[in-house]
Design a binder for this molecule. Structure first.
Ligand SMILES: Nc1nc2c(ncn2[C@@H]2O[C@H](COP(=O)(O)OP(=O)(O)O)[C@@H](O)[C@H]2O)c(=O)[nH]1
Ligand SMILES: [Mg+2]
Length: 268
């Protein structure tokens, strides 16, 4: 397949190069057409890749029909449900193979507004990774159950403290990466499957010294279809952040001890 990037000469984000929005889907038949058409209307020059995990509800076949109508829509059919992280990793690999310059993550259910995409792209001009953030000034959530809000706020506070990263929304899934950022993140060693995948990538980006910027978004709970969030995903996130936090502290202690030994040794 040959992809022609940047077909539109009036593209608003032509300076960023070619842009791919990856939309992971699992049983999103009621949402997928609407989200793709909103994306294509909001920023017409972008390409869209739907990464479907063989949804039993037929989302994949519907996506194929959309791709047949629009040359900028593509579909990746995966064998079965392997989690959000795995779907994104496969999508990233596809994006890098086809030489896209910017790769965006966006949910299929309308929680991430395509109409706010331009803000993420604009911020990427001075960043390596842009995170859409619910938990900074100007960000918000609409129609979310209080329990989900507490989980997200608490989880993000804990993450910030445990990993010592200056990020307010590390678990969010509305983001824009430069291709060069993805190449730096050693994606082959990312094992995280569920939503902790998002924390993993943001943490790696900060540790690599990349410019990570947050922009406020309005996250709106889905109206159609069901959430795939479950307790297993939350448990995976909690223990991984804790384990990374312990490693982070052990590493700091080791560096501090080395520093002290060095100072004593040189007669200070
Ligand atoms: N391909 C794929 N997509 C998934 C999987 N789990 C969730 N998604 C998609 O990831 C996005 C966010 O999931 P959602 O269930 O809305 O989570 P919530 O917003 O945290 O409640 C949606 O587009 C889902 O269809 C998965 O295992 N595979
Ligand atoms: Mg959702």
């Amino acid at each position: 397949m040959t992809l022609m990037h940047n077909e539109s000469s009036t593209a608003e984000f032509a300076d960023l190069g070619s842009i791919l929005v990856i939309v992971p889907t699992y049983n999103e038949r009621e949402n997928v057409e609407r989200i793709v058409s909103r994306i294509r209307t909001s920023v017409p020059e972008v390409h869209v890749l739907i990464a479907d995990d063989n949804s039993p509800d037929g989302t994949g076949a519907l996506a194929d029909r959309m791709a047949a109508r629009d040359r900028q829509v593509h579909v990746m059919h995966r064998l079965g449900k392997e989690g959000l992280g795995a779907a994104y990793l496969a999508g990233f690999q596809w994006a890098l193979e086809y030489d896209f310059d910017v790769i965006v993550e966006m949910d299929a259910d309308g929680s991430h507004k395509p109409e706010e995409l331009y803000r993420l792209l604009d911020a990427l001009r001075d960043a390596d990774l842009v995170l859409g953030s619910r938990w900074i000034e100007g960000g918000s959530v609409v129609n979310w159950p209080k329990s989900r809000e507490i989980l997200s706020r608490g989880g993000n506070l804990y993450t910030r403290w445990a990993l010592r990263v200056p990020i307010h929304d590390a678990t969010g899934g509305y983001r824009a990466f430069r291709a060069s950022t993805l190449r730096r993140l050693q994606l082959h060693s990312v094992g995280s499957a569920g939503y902790i995948f998002q924390v993993d990538l943001a943490y790696r980006a900060v540790q690599s010294g990349l410019r990570v910027v947050e922009v406020p978004i309005t996250f709106e709970e889905r109206e159609l279809g069901a959430s795939k969030m479950n307790n297993k995903i939350v448990r995976e996130a909690l223990w991984r952040v804790t384990a990374w936090g312990v490693d982070e502290r052990a590493e700091r202690l080791r560096r501090w001890r080395e520093h002290r030994r060095h100072r004593r040794g040189s007669g200070w």
